[in-house]
Design a protein around this ligand. Structure first.
Ligand code: GLN
Length: 306
């Protein structure tokens, strides 16, 4: 930390200067002794000023790396965090061959996109309350070449998923489903998902439901670092009065959308392990387990639907 509380001021300055000049890190190193034109210097000073006011480098540059991939951000998305990479690792392990996942509150789309980039056999659906966030997510899916296997729907948690009252026959080979391998059809008129399933019954639904929902207690948000509280969208942070509101919805409804044998993986705050495992156990899930991140903090709850 320097005097003003910046963890890596020299690196931040270098990144912002490179961005202001439109140069890659390599070009920055090769051309470091060249003079900078007045216009560019002014541009860089403006970027530095934003950083000094507490905005993160990622927000200023408009993207952040997650799971080795660059994700575009906008005003409605949280910055993907390195802690969330554990959820991706676990999702990659949990997803069966040809599996389908549902991501709730997708933000930049970082979780399902990272999964699908690493699993060409898999496909998925992602929802978010914010239409603006979904614009960023859709762009990120296209940029990383998974847009054909990932459908974005706008709405709260499970709301955009509507069970198909007249299920079509199970998807067999070509032609019946609009997207490769999806057991769902999209109703473009209502922007909702019609879950078709493979043969209906216990075999219908997703193999895996994942979420990194907003989980910060409303009152605690004010105490967070400026970088978070002033620049990350409230909607993406606020988990209600006790920070658990999204987990209640997910625990109560996830089994309606999971195949038998399917799993839920949710990211949690370091002090929410007991409360969130309790919610999933009370909702009838089995094998509810807590997983720690690289810092040794509780970070993911896994629950089975048998
Ligand atoms: N799922 C997204 C992420 O992990 C968004 C999370 C959120 O907005 N709370 O970055």
């Amino acid at each position: 930390m320097d005097r003003q509380g910046f963890a890596s001021p020299a690196l931040d300055a270098k990144l912002l200067a490179g961005y202001g000049l439109g140069l890659t890190a390599l070009d920055m190193a090769l051309r470091e002794n060249e003079p900078v034109e007045a216009g560019a210097a002014e541009r860089i000073a403006g970027l530095m000023q934003r950083r000094l006011s507490g905005e993160s480098v990622a927000r200023i540059i408009g993207e952040r790396e997650f799971y080795g991939l660059a994700f575009a951000l906008n005003g409605a998305t949280l910055e993907p965090r390195p802690e969330t990479e554990l959820l991706v690792d676990m999702a990659l392990d949990a997803l069966p061959q040809g599996g389908q996942l549902l991501d709730l509150g997708t933000g930049t789309g970082c979780i399902p996109i990272a999964v699908l980039v690493n699993r060409a056999d898999a496909s998925g659906v992602a929802t978010d309350l914010s239409a603006e966030a979904l614009v960023a997510a859709q762009g990120n899916a296209e940029r990383h070449g998974v847009a054909e296997r990932l459908v974005f729907l706008q709405g709260s948690w499970f709301e955009p998923l509507i069970e198909n009252p007249h299920p079509s026959p199970p998807h067999k080979g070509e032609g019946t489903a609009p997207r490769v391998g999806l057991v769902a059809e999209i109703d473009h008129q209502t922007n909702s998902l019609l879950l078709v399933g493979r043969g209906g019954g216990s075999d219908a639904g997703f193999d895996l439901i994942v979420s990194n929902p907003p989980y910060i207690n409303s009152a605690v948000i004010e105490t967070l670092a400026d970088e978070v509280k002033s620049f990350d969208p409230r909607l993406a942070l606020d988990g209600g009065p006790d920070g658990l509101a999204p987990y209640r919805v997910i625990a109560a409804q996830a089994r309606n959308w999971l195949k038998r044998g399917g799993r839920v993986l949710v990211e949690i705050g370091y002090d929410q392990g007991e409360a969130v495992t309790g919610l999933f156990e009370a909702a009838g899930f089995t094998d509810v387990t807590l997983h720690k991140d690289l810092n040794g903090l509780d970070r993911v709850v896994s629950a089975h639907h048998v």
